[in-house]
Design a protein around this ligand. Sequence first.
Ligand code: SAH
Ligand code: SF4
Ligand code: F3S
Length: 449
Amino acid sequence: MKPQTPPQTYRVKSFGCQMNVYDGERMAELLGERGIQPAADGEDADLVILNTCHIREKAAEKVYSDIGRLVLAGKQSEAKGGRPPMIAVAGCVAQAEGDEIMKRAPAVSIVVGPQAYHRLPEMLDKAAKGERATDTDMPAIAKFDALPARAKRGPSAFLTVQEGCDKFCTYCVVPYTRGAEISRPFLHLIAEAHKLVEAGAREITLLGQNVNAWAGEDDKGRPTGLAGLIHALARIDGLARIRYTTSHPNDMDEALIAAHGEVDKLMPYLHLPVQAGNDRVLKAMNRQHTVDSYLKLIEKFRAVRPDIALSGDFIVGFPGETEAEFADTLRIVDEVRYAACFSFKYSPRPGTPAATLDFQIAPEVMDDRLTRLQARLTDHQYAFNQASVGKTCTVLVERAGRFPGQWVGKSPWLQSVWFEGEYAIGDLVEVTLAEAGTKSLKALVSASV
Ligand code: SAH
Ligand code: SF4
Ligand code: F3S
């Protein structure tokens, strides 16, 4: 590889979950600290970071087509006297397939895993000298200590509190790409939350692959779980809303359930994936919970917070799933009446136990099941939105709407809500929900708070 001019502008493209987006923001902040600026809209960047996701095959394969496109664009720009971009691959594909990327894609200068990106500046120096750099170490907590302060962003911010997964669901790559479960220390998180609020955040979403597995010691040295952290964050002036995602049913504790009845700033929303509605399938997935234990948990949340909005993730077509077992998934959807959901076709992932199971399900069967499941989920989402009409609530303004004077934000139940008036991004506006669609609601303004 030839030596390359050190980049002055960058673009980070994040393809994965919210933690992947958080990592993308932190990489941007690292580059900013080095004086490297975000490329203007429509302009080529000197450095492109593809922040990848490995969760399903489609997501993982995308990285190679993206690299191809960047190489082509680089050649065109070279022909006009410009220079091709420096290409870095970050994220979970980098972690899982770093060596293969280096072999398959000679144009890539840097491969950096999700636990190693704090070392990006040194890797850039190496790449500038013409040496390719790979770092997929998993030094756990060291990353966070090495990152700069939080930059100014929108009113809703992400804060990673927990990383990794020890659950080993048989279909999932996350334990391999993100490593073992670790919790960031309480005081670091309180400090980062303060920084986010100073930078303009009014809502913080606590992130973790198993966020409710977070454990630490509070400022007095007492052991505490996520509920304790939420109580402490709620004491930060200027912070109006707290959310957390993604929870695992087996890591739920009574204190976190109770927090939904105790902490006003904790929003009435819970993302609690169940994946399937049949115990045999759940066992084959190694979920280590049953349909019944899941439903009992949901009941407990509803007892302390009757209006709580529930969301989940579903996989259809896990190897061996019969039509009757799939029908159980439709049944649990009807039973829970989710406000929102994500649903996926099972995708066999290299190195996971389920990928080599017999009775893989034919693609057309998966398509059919996904269509039926999504239709059912959409019905429930619409019903939930319909049932919200007439309620008054606050909306946190996140962006301007399509037309002048229109604003779009989120209700406490994470619904997308739009309304008209003279407001600014970051305002908390009290509204009455007036009309419901499947994906959003129209509101009338009652007051500004
Ligand atoms: N830790 C979280 C979610 C991690 S991945 C949890 O356990 O809930 C996000 C979602 O992707 C999962 O909930 C699952 O529904 C889906 N997923 C993971 N692996 C998959 C695979 N191999 N094929 C299809 N969907 C998958
Ligand atoms: Fe993957 Fe299961 Fe861990 Fe979630 S709990 S990240 S689905 S292995
Ligand atoms: Fe994807 Fe990695 Fe997140 S595989 S879903 S970016 S943890």
